[in-house]
Design a binder for this molecule. Structure first.
Ligand SMILES: Cc1ncc(COP(=O)(O)O)c(C=O)c1O
Length: 412
């Protein structure tokens, strides 16, 4: 546990021992199990320090230089810094860093570009579309007319021919590319082309790969999409939150769609933490990290395939892997439970073929801990041993604890 953690825990323990126990319990859980949830990572102590700073006290509706509250001199500087760093990092003309989450960013992008009832083409939910890509349980499915494209059942790759056909037939107002589970790079040039052909906006929901983009380990959607939405957590390793990038032509519409249309006061502690994370992501060390994340994911995917799991698309270009454990005699839901008992924490996900649930894993967090390809090969074997019933979960749990102990997320 880091010094910062210990001090915070001491303050909390004195004032609220009940909550302090929860905080310490969660720190212990994170440090003694393996975080393979593809959307998670360990932020730096500097990001945590900004999150826990007095900027959390400040109300700041509006934008730098045009706030509805007094006393915004310092937070204005923080927000301008976050915006400038985001623009430089991703080569964007405009950045809005106020979105409270990835979903809020997508909501604002739709609000800026669409009217209720408009048609939107996006990856269907069974193939890895996010809830904000037309789920009936989400505002998006209620307010817009979503048409879903899919992936090829055999290869698991986006069916670009189908995208073209659906775009020509439905003439959507916007096309969304981006996914919660697609392990391959997205062909942004293709999406730009078809969006131009049918007169649609192109929205890239790059929540997952944006950290890889920052580190030069994945293609950048910014030159292609009208609007790019992303989270600042996941591989990017910042605080939980969202951001929107776009050209100068859409800047005012995007800003107004975030505030006042869909949000109130900006969360200045989170915006400061985003600035810290963007600064970290611009370093050579982060580029090396992003490339190691991908190398680790490739090794883990190859290891899982060698153990008999069916890895979707046969591998990965990113931090993310989806796999069907059925050949080992277990479905995704059971597998997740067994692996959790063994200290390997990951998600279930839909698979491109059939109704069975698969597993979704990511290497962002374990790579931040310093693990490399050797550990990934070991992990694939342990994971498969647990699923086959060859390794008892208690024994695996001890091995995981030992490995995690050698790679503490917050050394010191
Ligand atoms: C593609 C995509 N869009 C949007 C989101 C939503 O982000 P949040 O959970 O911060 O609302 C996610 C989160 O995983 C995502 O993967």
């Amino acid at each position: 546990m880091s010094v910062t953690h210990t001090l915070e825990a001491d303050v909390l323990r004195r004032q609220d021992p009940e909550l302090a126990d929860i905080l310490l319990g969660e720190s212990d859980r994170q440090a003694t199990t393996l975080q393979l949830v593809a959307a998670e990572n360990f932020t730096s102590p500097a990001v945590l320090a900004a999150l826990g700073s007095p900027l959390a006290n400040k109300y700041a509706e509006g934008y730098p230089g045009a706030r509805y509250h007094g006393g915004c001199e310092m937070v204005d500087v923080a927000e301008r810094l976050a915006v400038e760093r985001a623009k430089a990092l991703f080569g964007a003309e405009h950045a809005n860093v106020q979105s409270h989450s990835g979903s809020s960013a997508v909501l604002a992008a739709y609000a800026a570009l669409l009217r209720p009832g408009d048609t939107v083409l996006a990856l269907g939910l069974p193939y890895g579309g996010h809830l904000t890509h037309g789920s009936p349980a989400n505002f998006s499915g209620r307010w817009f007319d979503f048409v879903g494209y899919g992936v090829d059942a055999e290869t698991g790759l986006i069916d670009y021919d189908q995208v073209r056909t659906l775009a020509r037939n439905h003439r959507p107002k916007a096309i969304v590319c981006g996914s919660i589970a697609y392990p391959r790079h997205i062909d942004y040039a293709f999406f730009r082309d078809i969006a131009d052909e049918v007169g649609a906006y192109l929205i890239a929901d790059a929540a997952h790969p944006m950290g890889l983009v920052a580190g030069g380990a994945a293609p950048n959607p910014v030159p292609y999409a009208d609007v790019v939405c992303a989270t600042t957590h996941k591989v990017l390793r910042g605080p939980r939150g969202g951001m929107i990038l776009c050209g100068s032509d859409l800047a005012e519409r995007i800003d107004r769609a975030v505030f006042p249309f869909t949000q109130g006061g900006a969360q200045m502690h989170t915006i400061a933490a985003k600035a810290v994370a963007f600064g970290e992501a611009a370093t050579p060390a982060f580029a090396a990290y992003a490339h190691q994340v991908v190398a680790n994911a490739r090794m883990l995917a190859a290891g899982l395939a060698a153990e008999g799991l069916v890895v979707t698309t046969g591998g990965t270009d990113t931090h993310l892997i989806t796999a069907d454990p059925a050949p080992l005699g277990v479905d995704g839901r059971d597998a997740r439970g067994r692996l959790a008992a063994a200290g390997m924490v990951l998600d279930c996900c839909a698979l491109p073929h059939g109704d069975a649930r698969g597993l979704r894993l990511g290497t962002a967090a374990v790579t931040t801990q310093g693990m490399g390809e050797g550990e990934m090969a070991w992990l694939a074997a342990l994971l498969a041993g647990v699923l086959r019933g060859e390794t008892e979960s208690q024994k695996a749990r001890e091995e995981v604890r030992e490995l995690a102990g050698r790679f503490p997320p917050y050394p010191g």
